[in-house]
Design a protein around this ligand. Structure first.
Ligand SMILES: *Cc1c(COP(=O)(O)O)cnc(C)c1O
Length: 497
């Protein structure tokens, strides 16, 4: 695909998005026969909630409104359109059956204020999901309350603090490797800890000598992502755990990358004391648009007393219910019991796959990432040659000689019909291209991606300007990203008079 210029088509016209400007009085998007029953007095039904003046609602025909929304839907990239290789985010395809199950009337309409005896089915879902996640992680107890990965981190470190306080002092520091996700140091700071940076070695793993040197009675815990954000499994993980435990520290694992481990190894077996999971990454819930997430925290028995309350228990009569009397609990971290719809989806995904299916998912995710790694090795610089798991991180070192940076390559990838990969993260790789295919993609889609990336690398050599000014196929090319994030324009307003 070469430089594309499409100027006057409807897809790039600035006005196509403005349904309000198509409005003309009297147009309607429906046709119905005349009313042949008595008209209802809406004010009697709705009282003061009745809205008589609909303000400036646009008046348009049915075809106009249908085209408007359908066209808007095509302006977004989506996993339903193609690969979404956003490293660290695990943008896997979410089976439609999960959505069907989550919408079953009894599940979708359950209310958290229903009495426990009328909610046994919903509680059974929480219980079964908890058991599955404990089996997968090798941990002893779990809370499903946290609403996201970062929220799970916060919950986990609150528990670390409560645990260390119960031993006499909260301690002062959390150790965090330089390859960590940005949420890790942010979480530690929120809980009131000082963050101490831990350097990686030349293979992209925790430097054991550095860890031994920095570990002392001031350190409450190490927060470690495994596989780390380079996609590298921490091979010395058992030794890392032993170094921490010897001096009373805890090993917290950021489990957002569990899609590389499920069915293969269990963090509970390699020394992890507590960890969060991202149900919306590993266990298939649509995410990325700011929708609800779920970040359960699984712990070893030593941390059980500190779990958020209420805790789901089996009562003496055999029914399920919540226990509120937990004197050492860190308290509630979320209204009610967490994002129930995510639990339904995660459980549907786990049960549909079964143990063998989950293991296959892990193997496919790792295979796909390594297929891409092999396919792109010749075209992009690979800063760490250590074997990688579910994602691979290249750098823009070769392209930077032509002044083309990772962001430019990512923008050009849009013209080839792909969502960009993750740019400029992890921070220990300058100019990072972080790529994660997940298990969802076919060989054909991976080949197309590799071909596109290789073609961009050729363009950088022959015609860097095309890459530097990309994308050329979208309505808007390069946004002022800072202003877009700081001062987003989220709704249409009439042009100022
Ligand atoms: C996504 C991610 C997080 C944060 O999870 P959220 O649900 O976005 O809060 C933390 N750590 C890692 C490694 C991640 O990939």
């Amino acid at each position: 695909m070469k430089h594309m210029t499409r100027k006057a088509t409807r897809h790039v016209s600035q006005n196509e998005g403005l349904i309000f400007e198509k409005s003309s009085p009297g147009k309607a998007a429906w046709k119905l026969p005349p009313l042949d029953v008595p008209e209802i007095d809406a004010s009697k039904l709705l009282g003061s909630a009745e809205r008589k003046d609909l303000g400036n609602m646009p008046e348009v025909s049915e075809i106009e409104i249908i085209r408007h929304f359908t066209r808007l839907s095509t302006w977004n990239y989506a996993i339903d359109l193609g690969m979404y290789p956003l490293g660290s985010c695990t943008m896997k395809y979410n089976p439609r059956v999960n959505e069907v199950v989550a919408r079953l009337e009894g599940l979708a309409n359950g209310h958290p204020y229903q009495p426990e005896r009328a909610s046994q089915g919903a509680l059974r879902i929480l219980k079964t999901l908890s058991e599955c996640l404990l089996e997968i992680t090798g941990m002893d107890a779990i809370t499903l309350q946290p609403a996201a990965g970062a929220h799970g981190e916060l919950t986990g470190l609150l528990m670390v603090r409560a645990y260390q306080e119960s031993k006499g002092t909260p301690r002062k520091k959390i150790l965090i490797p330089d390859s960590a996700h940005g949420t890790n140091p942010a979480t530690a700071a929120m809980v009131g800890y000082a963050v101490e940076n831990l350097k990686s070695n030349s293979q992209g793993m925790v430097d054991i000598a550095a860890l031994s040197g920095q570990m002392n009675q001031d350190v409450a815990a190490l927060m470690l992502t495994n596989p780390n954000t380079l996609g590298i499994f921490e091979q010395e993980i058992e030794q890392i755990a032993a170094i921490l435990h010897a001096k009373g520290g805890l090993l917290y694992m950021d489990g957002a990358n569990m899609n590389a481990l499920v069915g293969k190894v269990r963090p509970g077996d390699f020394g992890v004391d507590l960890m969060h999971l991202n149900l919306h990454k590993t266990f298939s819930t649509p995410h990325g648009g700011g929708g609800p997430g779920s970040g359960p925290v699984a712990v070893k028995n030593i941390l059980g007393p500190f779990l958020p309350k209420p805790v789901l228990i089996t009562k003496p009569d055999g029914t399920l219910g919540f226990e509120y009397d937990r004197p050492q609990s860190v308290g509630r971290v979320r209204a009610f019991y967490g994002n129930f719809g995510m639990f339904v989806r995660a459980l549907a995904y786990i049960l549909a796959n079964g143990p063998d299916g989950l293991r296959q998912t892990t193997e496919d995710a790792v295979l796909n990432a390594n297929y891409i790694r092999k396919g792109l090795e010749g075209a992009y610089d690979l800063p760490y040659s250590t074997p990688t798991m579910h994602e691979v991180v290249f750098s823009d070192r070769r392209q930077a000689k032509k002044r083309v940076k990772t962001m430019d390559i990512a923008k050009r990838l849009i013209d080839y019909g792909f969502h960009p990969y993750t740019t400029a993260f992890p921070l220990i790789v300058p100019g990072a291209l972080m790529i994660e295919a997940t298990e969802s993609e076919s060989k054909e889609e991976l080949d197309l991606f590799i071909e596109s990336m290789r073609s961009i690398a050729e363009e950088v050599e022959e015609d860097p300007q095309t890459v530097l000014t990309a994308p050329h196929s979208t309505r808007i090319s390069r946004l002022d990203e800072t202003t877009a994030a700081r001062k987003p324009v989220l709704r249409w307003k009439p042009a100022a008079e």
